[in-house]
Design a protein around this ligand. Structure first.
Ligand SMILES: Nc1ncnc2c1ncn2[C@@H]1O[C@H](COP(=O)(O)OP(=O)(O)OP(=O)(O)O)[C@@H](O)[C@H]1O
Ligand SMILES: [Mg+2]
Length: 241
């Protein structure tokens, strides 16, 4: 479903992603893990088409993701993206945040868009907040709205870049539970996360990056119990205590 073929992305001569290759099948949950600056965000942004690698290619459902190609926007629409910071429109209610893009981008009627929005507010457990403005919501609630907003575009896969790292600890679980539910329903997911518990229990695979390189790509159990590379061992010894 997603194929990353030897991509390299540099910023002013600095190599952020270095010859990375990766294949993700439908329904897989893949966690991207690695030290700060290792290229996790850059890699997931290349997959989503927010950054463009200088060499190598990204394929989604067999189609090349190429900003110069006519189907670029259409391919990108298959992917929902959730950032660390929620980027909700502050001057719109929750429901307005959720219906904006489906009406503008997908051409849905307002009624249709609201029906879909209510369905996903149910999924994230926030139906009663539909008429609130974002500044009345907690961080965890905002992030769940952001997830619902991405789902309203009915993506085939969801990409998350540290969705819980800006949240207070007691709100992390609510967001992770929503993600777990999506995983259980068969959503294909790539998740950059430092939440080892999530990676361990929900992920099928862990991809470990260091200095822009994929140094390990293995099932989650093997990664945590028996990592192959010294770099992964060293990383785990610092984060598991
Ligand atoms: N737009 C940019 N311009 C210049 N350098 C960048 C840019 N984006 C990322 N980099 C550099 O690329 C490297 C990889 O960054 P990236 O954000 O992908 O790391 P990360 O693994 O997501 O780190 P973190 O865990 O801190 O989020 C870093 O050294 C960063 O400074
Ligand atoms: Mg990052």
């Amino acid at each position: 479903m997603i194929k990353v073929d030897h991509i390299t992305k540099t910023f002013n001569g600095f190599t952020a992603v270095n010859d990375a290759s990766l294949e993700i099948e439908k329904g897989e949950i893949v966690c991207l893990i690695g030290p700060s600056g290792s290229g996790k965000s850059t890699l997931i942004r290349c997959i989503n088409g927010l950054e463009h690698p200088e060499t190598g290619k990204v394929y989604i459902d067999g189609e090349e993701l190429d900003p110069k190609s006519g189907n670029f926007a259409q391919i990108r629409r298959k992917m929902g993206f959730v950032f660390q910071h929620f980027n909700l429109f502050p001057n719109m209610t929750v429901l307005e945040n959720l219906t904006l893009a489906p009406v503008k981008v997908l051409g849905k009627s307002q009624q249709e868009a609201e029906d879909v929005a209510m369905k996903y507010l149910q999924v994230v457990g926030l139906v009663e907040k539909k008429d609130e403005y974002p500044n009345k919501l907690s961080g965890g609630q905002k992030q769940r709205v952001a997830i619902a907003r991405a789902l309203c575009l009915e993506p085939e896969m969801m990409l998350f870049d540290e969705p819980t790292s800006a949240l207070d600890p007691e709100m992390v679980l609510d967001v992770l539970n929503v993600m777990k539910e999506l995983a259980n329903e068969g959503m294909t997911m790539i998740v950059v996360t430092h939440e080892m518990g999530f990676a361990k229990t929900v992920a099928n695979r862990v991809v470990f990056l260091e200095d822009g390189k994929i140094v390990e790509d293995t099932d989650a159990k093997t990664f945590y119990e028996n990592p192959e590379s010294d770099r992964a061992k060293d990383f785990l010894s610092k984060v598991m205590y």
